[in-house]
Structures are given as C-alpha cells and as structure tokens.
Ligand binder design. Structure first.
Ligand SMILES: NC(=O)c1ccc[n+]([C@@H]2O[C@H](COP(=O)([O-])OP(=O)(O)OC[C@H]3O[C@@H](n4cnc5c(N)ncnc54)[C@H](O)[C@@H]3O)[C@@H](O)[C@H]2O)c1
Ligand SMILES: [Zn+2]
Length: 362
C-alpha cells in the first residue's frame, strides 16, 4: 500500500492506494476517529460488484450503514438527483457529523461530494473511487459539482474529503474503454510534471494494460501524487492548477463537435497531441518528444489521428470555453515531456492551420 498526503490549509487528508483496501475501509476510518452512522452513495453497477465487501468492512468497524443508490449515468449528476438524496439523507436521520461515502466513478464522486458539501452546510465526505479516472483525477482536489442546464459541472463547490480509499483491485472489473479513458489522464499527469513517470509508463505499459497489481499501484500512486501536488500549490485554481487542463481545451472542442460520440479520454488524447503539434509548430517541442507521446497514446489504445470533424466547431467551442482569457485562447502546451507552459499567444488561426494540416496527413 502507498499513501499520498494532500496538505491544504486546515484541510489535510490522506489518499491510501493499494489492492484490497476496500476490505480495510472500516478500520481506516476508525483510525481517524470516525465511527457510528455512515451513508454510502453508489450506483447499482458498483454496488453489485463492491457494495457487499465494503459494507462488511464497515460493519466490522462498528458502523451502522445505509446504502443509497443513484441510477448509473452522467445524466443523474443533477440538481434533481441531489434533491432526492437530501430527502433520503433526512429520512435516514443523517446529521452534521454523519459521513457520506462515495463508492463509484467520477459521476458518483462529484454528485455525492456535492451533496455532502451542501447538506446541512457540509457533512464529512469519504471518497472510494472505483474507476481509473476517479482514482487519478476526480477524487483528488476537492472539486464537486452537478451539471445544470446544458452546462457540465456548472453548480458546485470546493470541498475536500476526510480520506480517499483507492482500491486498485476495483480496476479489474472496469470495461476496457473506461480504463483507457483514465489512462489519458495518467499520461497527462506525466507530461505536465514528471518525465521519469513518463519513462516508467513507456517501460511498463504492457504490465499496466494487463492490470498487474504492482504496476497499477505505481501508476495510480504517481498520478495521484502529481494531482495532489498541483492542487496543494493552487487549491482554488488561481494559476498553476490550470496545467491540469493540458489536452482539455481542444479536447473539449472535439467532444462537443462529435456530439459526445468521442469519449472524454479519447478527446483528451487527441487534444494532448494537438497541443503538442502546436508547440512543435511554434518551434518549442522537439519532434522526437512529440513522437514519444504519440507512441504511448497509441499503445494505450487511445486515438492518435484527428477525427473528421468540423474544425470551425472545434475552434468555436474553444472560444466559449472557460479556459479562455480575455478574448485570447489560453493554452497549456508541452515544452518537453515533463514540463508544460501556459500561453495566450496561440491564435485561432494557428490552431486551425495545425488541425487542417493534421487532417491532410491522415
Ligand atoms: N471533480 C473533478 O475534479 C473531476 C475531474 C475529472 C472528471 N470529473 C467528472 O467525472 C465524471 C466521469 O467519471 P468516470 O469516468 O469515472 O465515469 P463514471 O462515474 O460514469 O463511471 C464510468 C462507468 O463505469 C462504471 N464503473 C465504475 N466503477 C466500476 C468498476 N470498478 N467496475 C466496473 N464498472 C465500474 C460506472 O457505473 C459507469 O458506468 C464526469 O462527470 C466528470 O465531469 C470530475
Ligand atoms: Zn479530464
């Protein structure tokens, strides 16, 4: 088992990472002084797979457990569902000190986290992420939210958990597509901050893909550590934290232009390559670094070519994106593997030229 400490002013907590940790949840929570009543929020898919062993561990730790299920799907990350959960919490006599435990992927983590942040002005939250994306990204950093209107994560808060318990064994039941989605964020974290970790991925990708215990533990530990470090330095996204958006500016345009046919991780993979191409075109990123990135993305099973989408829509979406700063496109570009920089110097024209050239290549 490995542990990442997230040190925030007044809000420090630990992320425990390893295989089989679900069975230790009760004991781990007892260790930080939590006992008594506890509410699990999960969905039917994850509950069926892991609800029982989690509950048994909590009962061994002396907890009285109530399980609340939310249907599976992004569309349930809504204010409407939050409202239903408030009612169910109240029916279960949840009080200010009653913790909510989020068991599931990013959808459950964001929704249950939002509910915990707002019910009675905030009740304790424990994250038990079960997708790779949730383990390396959404469970860390305290952003909780629901979607509202047509906008994603439009209503939310910064709300840190008491603890994150990350059982890498849960990744063994994850559909392959969800795994590669999470790998896009893993690759992202290496490119923005840690060239040694990128080399580790290059060397161990086969073991990672075959879900070897040690390889998974290392990958989740190092990615989680990078996210934690960035969040520690900039909890409320005043500056540095925006480097986590690497690959996400064009990625978001691609997701939207494809009508969300292209999944988030796939779009981020294409976005990371696009940002790499822009940087190369600006004379900054070396060709062989771009090739290394492309090779790792390809070996992971993520796309490396630009899908036939309307380039204008991609660029227009980017213009409406929150990552824009005073009318200019704000980009996170790789300087080399392991280091990125933030720039306002990328014009929509340059983006278009790079995308059009990329289209012609493929
Ligand atoms: N808060 C943040 O900082 C942050 C960061 C990135 C993404 N997000 C949010 O995360 C969400 C996406 O999260 P996600 O990719 O985990 O999707 P998800 O939560 O929808 O999970 C994907 C699918 O996997 C299933 N699943 C979960 N764990 C499983 C397991 N162990 N075995 C088998 N199936 C399992 C789920 O039921 C679901 O069908 C989005 O809503 C996004 O906005 C939040
Ligand atoms: Zn992402």
């Amino acid at each position: 088992m490995k542990t990442v400490e997230v040190k925030l002013p007044g809000d420090s907590y630990r992320i425990h990472i390893g295989s089989g940790l679900l069975e230790q949840t009760g004991q781990r929570l007892n260790e930080i002084g939590i006992s008594g009543r506890l509410i699990i929020i999960t969905n039917p898919v994850v509950n069926e797979l892991y609800g029982r062993s989690l509950e048994q561990s909590l009962v061994r730790g002396g907890f009285q457990v109530t399980v609340l299920e939310v249907p599976d799907g992004e569309e349930y990350k809504s204010l409407d569902m939050a409202g239903k959960l408030y009612q169910q919490l109240s029916d279960a006599y949840a009080e200010r000190a009653t913790p909510v435990l989020a068991l599931g992927g990013g959808v459950i983590g964001d929704l249950a986290g939002f509910v915990a942040a707002t019910y009675q002005r905030g009740i304790p939250l424990v994250q038990v992420p079960t997708t790779l994306l949730a383990q390396v990204d959404s469970s860390i950093g305290g952003k909780v939210a629901v979607n509202h209107g047509h906008l994603k994560n439009n209503v939310g808060a910064f709300y840190q958990p008491l603890m994150v318990i990350t059982d890498t064994n849960t990744l063994k039941t994850l559909p392959g597509k969800e795994f590669s989605n999470g790998m896009a964020e893993v690759i992202k974290s290496a490119v923005i901050r840690d060239s040694d970790f990128f080399a580790f991925i290059e060397e161990n990708l086969d073991n990672i893909k075959s879900l070897d215990d040690d390889a998974l533990e290392e990958v989740v530990f190092r990615s989680a550590g990078i996210k934690a470090e960035v969040v520690e330095k900039d909890e409320k996204e005043a500056g540095l934290r925006s480097i986590l958006n690497y690959g996400h500016t064009i990625g978001h345009g691609i997701e939207t232009a494809s009508d969300f046919e292209i999944a988030h991780g796939q779009a981020v993979a294409i976005g990371m390559l696009a940002a790499g191409r822009i940087s190369h075109r600006m004379g900054i990123l070396e060709r062989d670094e771009l090739d290394r990135l492309q090779t790792v993305i390809d070996r992971t099973g993520l796309p490396t070519s630009l899908p036939k989408l309307n380039t204008n829509i991609i660029i227009e979406v980017m213009g409406h994106d929150k990552k824009i700063s005073q009318g200019k496109l704000r980009f996170v570009l790789p300087r080399r593997i392991g280091e990125v920089f933030i720039t306002d110097e990328v014009s929509p024209d340059l983006v278009e030229r790079v995308l059009v050239d990329w289209h012609e290549e493929t």
